[in-house]
Design a binder for this molecule. Structure first.
Ligand SMILES: *Cc1c(COP(=O)(O)O)cnc(C)c1O
Length: 431
């Protein structure tokens, strides 16, 4: 099985975190998001312990909430003392509502508005990751007005393509995010920031990409960042105290995907870092990581009810479900792979190849093409695995479909963490 929270029970039904998915579909209705809370806690703790052990005391992961964000999840993260990465005032608000201590929050974004910056400062945000010279000017002024002195990191583009990491891809210099080391802009901005009265520069941030299985791109990023840190120490007498290496560790979506150990990857990055600090004669900074996908993806599952099953002789078989690109736009956006299982008959070998589509008025509204399933009939429960990241958070009301409920599974119990949207909810702001 793809993950250890997936199983099959004596009825032949698929189970998730020990619960019968066919029963859950009946009890809560479909489409339905499931979240295995124990799975998220375990993965978050794995990251916390690996960061502390291999990257140095005080180092820690900041969960990137853009992957999955709702109030109850922030309560869980607050309980275990996790840091978070937020990208919008809406994410701030959600965390605040959960009682999350925002001094453990890192605020990102390539275009934070003045209002965003004011909100962040008034809520006592832990760190602001500044993206540009313009933002630093604005922040210095706003911080002065509010009589605050925020701690910031500067986002750098280290010029690394994680997928062809041997060659330095100058293409990443051409990005809407961050300032480039290569062009000299980063150094100029550090010098300028050090002159600001109302800002405390703590160090540097980078984020090199997503769905990265290897540790080499992270080692390469660490090398760029620490080399830059050493350069600024020499040229500007500023030795950074903090380095944020961003997110991006991969998640297996298919049985054929490589398995990944986050602890082993962090350990390997730690070895690179130890050598670099020695070579460059630097004091050890605190390191941050920003995992999003890898904290939540395999703790999520989506359940649908099968509707029409249509076989076009000589072409394809189509299975239609009661959700689609509204609850999971990722196949429509970038053909993301997923594993699908007929949850009503999980104990039988798949015998049917089908393209699974949603109910939206778009031909591209597909969940997956050409998957092998136990031939479903109307009313069967269909499960899509590993949907914890970038599904709920990217959902929409396209075609005026209401958003699914999100049910949390925890210690053998289940509860609704986000209610199913009603027609009334959906039209509440219409006048
Ligand atoms: C998207 C993003 C992350 C999280 O990436 P994952 O691939 O989900 O781990 C972390 N930091 C920043 C700045 C991001 O944009």
């Amino acid at each position: 099985m793809l993950a250890k929270n997936i199983g099959i029970n004596e009825k032949g039904h698929l189970t998730f975190a020990g619960a019968d998915t066919v029963d859950l579909a009946k009890e809560y209705g479909t489409p339905l998001y499931l979240v295995d809370k124990n799975g998220i806690i375990d993965r978050a703790r794995e990251y916390m312990s690996a960061a502390e052990t291999y990257l140095g005391a005080g180092s820690h992961p900041c969960y990137a909430g853009k992957a999955l964000c709702y109030t109850d999840l922030y309560r869980t993260l607050e309980d275990i003392g996790m840091w978070i990465d937020v990208v919008s005032p809406g994410e701030f608000y959600t965390a605040k509502k959960a009682g999350f201590d925002l001094s453990r929050a890192m605020f990102h974004g390539n275009n934070k508005t003045d209002d965003d910056l004011k909100m962040a400062l008034s809520m006592g945000v832990g760190r602001i990751v500044c993206d540009s010279a313009d933002e630093i000017e604005a922040l210095d002024q706003i911080a002065g007005e509010l009589e605050k002195k925020p701690k910031i990191l500067i986002r750098l583009t280290p010029g690394i393509d994680p997928h062809t990491h041997k060659s330095i891809n100058t293409g990443t210099v051409d990005s809407k995010f961050g300032v480039a080391i290569e062009t000299g802009d980063a150094k100029k901005l550090v010098a300028k920031t050090l002159e600001k009265k109302n800002i405390e520069l703590m160090g540097y941030h980078c984020h090199i990409g997503s769905q990265i299985f290897e540790c080499e791109p992270f080692c390469e990023a660490a090398e760029k960042m620490l080399t830059f840190m050493a350069d600024m120490k020499k040229k500007l007498e500023f030795e950074a105290k903090e380095i944020n290496l961003g997110g991006g560790m991969a998640v297996p979506y298919l049985e054929s995907d490589k398995k990944i150990s986050y602890t082993e990857n962090i350990k390997a990055v730690g070895v690179c870092i130890d050598a670099l600090l020695e070579k460059l004669s630097l004091n050890r900074p605190v390191f941050y990581l920003e995992p999003g996908r890898s904290i939540v993806a395999d703790s999520g599952m989506t359940l649908y009810t099968v509707g029409t099953v249509k076989c076009i002789e000589g072409y394809k078989n189509y299975v239609s479900v009661d959700g689609g690109m509204t609850d999971n736009p990722r196949f429509a956006l970038y053909q993301s792979p997923y594993t699908l299982i007929n949850a009503s008959h999980a104990d039988i070998a798949p015998d049917f190849t089908a393209t699974v589509g949603g109910r939206c008025c778009e031909s591209g509204d597909l969940i997956q093409e050409n998957v092998n399933l136990v031939r479903p009939v109307r009313g069967d429960t269909l499960a899509v695995l590993t949907t914890g990241a970038y599904n709920f958070s990217m959902s929409s009301n396209y075609n005026r479909l209401t958003r699914p409920a999100l049910v949390t599974l925890f210690n053998g119990e289940s509860y609704v963490a986000v209610k199913r949207q009603t027609f009334e909810d959906m039209t509440a702001l219409d006048i």
